[in-house]
Design a protein around this ligand. Structure first.
Ligand code: AGP
Length: 612
């Protein structure tokens, strides 16, 4: 997704804009640009490709003393990634510029109408329409012109506006695309995401849909796009510091985030559980006990890795809370004829809190009367602000596009939520809840203790298998979603074709794939389906398949029938998903590294999919 950075204050503008855009690179982009007021007009410099190209182009402008400006990294949606299509875009006069993240759905009809009115377009983008639309309504009141222009627009936008005649201010507006505002002494900021402003301030305001903000050196005022009425919004303090959003010495953000998982899991459950008594407190859950007690069904709603977390959460919630659980891909859910009402709890799961399909599903469920409790990693993100309540994960900023610590933190949130629901429905004794909580509390230590050994095994495995064209991941019960997640990790960062499958499905098709060239990763903990998994591994072996097994280090039988085996300590079966996921993350990481892939910013992928 695109990245927006805006600044008004006392610092020289170019270093602030470029540093901010660099901190948003993980969002994925293919061109970039900056703009600032200069000698009564506006400067605009854009470039195709990475920020380093833009920086080279800016060499001649380093002396500018401007203290106001906008920057943008573009992930192409309408129009090829070219300099002409890069933001910022201007109106006919060149005195007004906009940067935008989102999609203007009615841009074509608006552009044709504006052309009839004499406007000349220089790009293929939907964004440029916004600049000319504001120009159309602009006399001397920029705020009014922006509000009027956006009334004509359907679609999603996070918008930054700068006008040469008001060089001391910026306008921000949002609908369905995230925009965060930063406040510090004699300076204000706007950005698509928190890391861009973290080095300067942790005091932030999240714009909501339908809101507009005016940023000046003195501060920020917010009003309704609908009627211009002022809106009071208290700033929030972000607990992350800039260092957390940096790599802290790791080669990649993804590796740092894999190693941060013990802390992320601990931070997610700490403060919510009292292991001795088995009590769980979720103060922001936002629904009453009687609502929980009358629930007939739960829908877990998500995309990608978050959907895999939901598939695991299903087992815990059904086992402990005794409520039927559906796990839905949000992109399918939102287009189905849904049977929902106030007795169905919807739980959107989203690291970013901005995923378009998940947000759309939330809104449909809410309109049907379903209470909404989201699981999310970003304070104040759109999904959390449209939910009745939230169980926050506390993974800290996840910069790598491939989700790792956010996933195991989502598992943590689902685990404690399942026990919380069980307690409210009295379907689990406090003693049993205490036992399960104690098992959860062991997870950070077990992962911490085994990370470097698993990493060493993964390096060796990568050396042997990084040239393979196909992988198959097999698991049963709680390990089936883990197999799906392991396959997704590999495919999204190494570009190897990898499939996750329920091991019991082998005879129904996948067994035809087995040959000497395809590694089969089998997840074989000592649980109630262990014997079944051993049979699956033997089926693979007997067809000269390559078996990469994850299982108990003392499992000599498994070791004997495997080509490679990674040991995972024996633990309560309910926490195995945490333990079996981490080696699979490291295997994907090391294979991607061996293949020279861009681990943190894999091709074609974005960290937050805020458009369909
Ligand atoms: C996972 O590694 C991917 N980055 C992707 O599948 C991601 O999980 C999905 O886009 C959902 O994102 P969200 O959790 O922010 O909603």
């Amino acid at each position: 997704m695109c990245g927006i950075v805006g600044y008004v204050g006392y610092r020289r503008i170019l270093p602030v804009l470029l540093d901010g855009l660099k901190r948003l690179e993980y969002r994925g982009y293919d061109s970039a640009g900056v703009t600032w007021p200069e000698e009564g007009g506006l400067m605009r410099v854009r470039a195709k490709g990475k920020l380093s190209v833009l920086e080279d182009t800016l060499e001649d402008y380093r002396s500018t003393k401007s203290k106001v400006g906008l920057g943008h990294t573009r992930w192409a949606t309408h129009g090829e990634p070219t300099e002409e299509n890069a933001h910022p875009h201007t109106d006919c006069t060149g005195e007004l510029v906009v940067v935008h993240n989102g999609i203007i759905e009615n841009y074509y009809s608006l552009r044709e109408q504006l052309k009839k009115e004499g406007h000349r377009f220089m790009s293929e983008t939907d964004t440029e329409v916004l600049a000319h639309l504001i120009e159309k309504y602009l006399d001397d009141d920029l705020e009014a012109a922006v509000r009027q222009a956006l009334k004509d627009v359907t679609g999603a936008y996070a918008l930054g506006v700068l006008w040469a005649r008001r060089p001391d201010m910026l306008i921000a507006a949002r609908k369905q695309s995230p925009l965060v505002l930063g406040i510090s002494e004699n300076e204000t900021f706007m950005a698509s995401d928190i890391p861009a402003i973290l080095p300067y301030t942790r005091e932030v305001i999240f714009l909501d849909d339908g809101e507009m903000a005016i940023l000046t050196e003195q501060g920020i005022s917010i009003c309704s796009l609908e009627n211009g009425q002022e809106i009071e919004k208290a700033p929030q303090q972000i607990s992350w510091d800039a260092a957390m959003a940096e790599k802290s010495g790791y080669k990649h953000f993804m590796l740092k985030e894999i190693y941060e998982q013990p802390q992320a899991i601990l931070n997610t459950f700490r403060g919510s559980i009292i292991p001795d008594t088995g009590e769980i407190e979720l103060p922001e859950i936002g629904i009453e006990t009687q609502t929980i007690q009358r629930l007939k069904r739960i829908v877990l709603l998500a995309c990608g890795t978050s959907w895999h977390a939901g598939l695991i959460g299903k087992y815990w919630i059904e086992k402990w809370a005794g409520i039927p659980v559906e796990v839905d891909l949000a992109s399918e859910f939102r287009y189905r004829d849904l049977l929902m009402d106030e007795d169905v709890l919807t739980i959107p799961i989203s690291q970013s809190g901005e995923t378009a399909d998940t947000l759309a599903g939330l809104r449909i469920a809410k309109n049907l009367g379903s209470p909404i409790v989201s699981i999310c990693n970003v304070l104040g993100s759109t999904i959390t602000r449209e939910s009745d309540g939230t169980v926050y994960t506390h993974a800290g900023p996840e910069i790598g596009v491939a989700s790792t610590k956010a996933f195991t933190s989502q598992l943590t949130a689902l685990y404690i939520l399942a026990l919380f629901l069980a307690q409210k429905r009295k379907s689990v004794s406090m003693q049993d809840a205490a036992t399960y909580l104690k098992a959860l509390m062991k997870v950070p230590g077990i992962i911490e203790e085994h990370l470097s050994k698993w990493h060493e095994h993964s390096r060796k495995l990568a050396d042997e298998f990084y040239t393979k064209a196909d992988f198959l991941y097999l698991g049963r019960h709680l390990q089936f979603p883990v197999a799906l997640e392991g396959a997704l990790k590999l495919k999204e960062i190494s570009y190897i074709h990898a499939e996750g499958y329920a091991a019991g499905e082998m005879k129904h098709g996948p067994i035809a794939l087995i040959d000497k060239d395809m590694p089969v990763v089998a997840l074989v903990p000592g649980d109630h389906v262990y014997e079944k998994m051993i049979s699956n591994v033997e089926e693979v072996k007997s067809r000269r398949g390559i078996v990469v097994a994850l299982g108990r280090q003392e499992d000599e039988g498994l070791k004997r029938i495997s080509n490679v085996m990674i040991g995972v300590p024996e633990a309560d079966p309910m926490i195995n998903p945490f333990l079996y996921t981490v080696p699979l993350q490291l295997i994907a990481y090391e294979i991607a590294l061996a293949r020279g892939c861009d681990v943190d910013q894999p091709r074609n992928l974005a960290k937050s999919v805020t458009v369909e």
